[in-house]
Write a protein that binds this ligand. Structure first.
Ligand SMILES: [Zn+2]
Length: 242
């Protein structure tokens, strides 16, 4: 029975050691994985914006072309009407022609104003497009840099991480469920440190001095012993010599 509890505690300490190593690997990658994902997201968003502004540009160009065509055709009509005006024989015909001329002249003025307005929009549109394209280029080169940094980090640590994770799965399968849950609870709430040594007479987590009763409890290893102050699981390393 004593041996068994000792084994249980040993497994928890082993799990802590594996999790600490995995945590360290994760930390060594820094915020590179996060940065890569963020950059990819930003590039996608900006690329969509470029497509949108690009289609606005197409629409503006078509509108300008249409207005110019309307100005051209109106001018041709005006020439024709003015020529006809000189040859009309009655008032009714004359008034109708004057109306047409007025209408066409107004059309030319309106469309020319519209063209100026559309051209300004087109310039702003092109500027926005340029800014976006430049930004995407910058983000893409940044992404490439971060990706290769991350790949290097992964190459350094991936194998070790894989082995640790395999070891972890085998180990967890051998640990009682309620003990594993206790471990996880403490691990998550106490800064990823759930199992600590107590050989020096104090808790290896919060450094509270342990009462002698607790120390003898630990040495007997008949039950799981937790620190009264931080509730971390304590273990007492027994030398393999015995
Ligand atoms: Zn403690």
């Amino acid at each position: 029975m004593q041996e068994k509890m000792h084994e249980k505690i040993k497994k928890l300490a082993e799990l802590q050691s594996i999790d600490s190593k995995l945590e360290e690997i994760e930390k060594s990658r820094g915020n590179l994985p996060f940065l890569v994902v963020e950059l990819e997201k930003e590039i996608n968003e900006k690329t969509e914006e470029i497509v949108l502004i690009g289609s606005e540009k197409d629409t503006l160009e078509i509108e300008i072309k249409d207005s110019k065509a309307l100005v051209e055709s109106s001018k041709i009509m005006l020439e024709k009407y003015k020529h006809q005006r000189n040859m009309v024989t009655n008032n009714k015909e004359y008034e109708a022609l004057i109306k047409e001329i007025d209408f066409r002249e107004n059309t030319v003025v309106e469309e020319e104003e519209k063209i100026v307005d559309l051209n300004e929009k087109l310039i702003r549109n092109n500027e926005a497009l340029e800014v976006l394209k430049r930004s995407v280029e910058e983000k893409k080169s940044m992404l490439e840099e971060k990706r290769s940094q991350l790949e290097m980090k992964l190459a350094e640590t991936q194998e070790e991480e894989k082995l640790l994770k395999e070891k972890r799965i085998i180990l967890v399968a051998k640990i009682d469920k309620h003990l594993y849950n206790l471990y996880r609870r403490i691990y998550d709430s106490k800064g990823q440190v759930a199992v600590v040594p107590a050989n020096e007479g104090h808790c290896g987590g919060c450094f509270t001095i342990l009462p002698s009763q607790k120390l003898s409890e630990l040495k007997r290893a008949e039950s799981i012993v937790q620190c009264d102050a931080c509730s971390r699981i304590l273990f007492y390393e027994i030398k393999d010599a015995d």
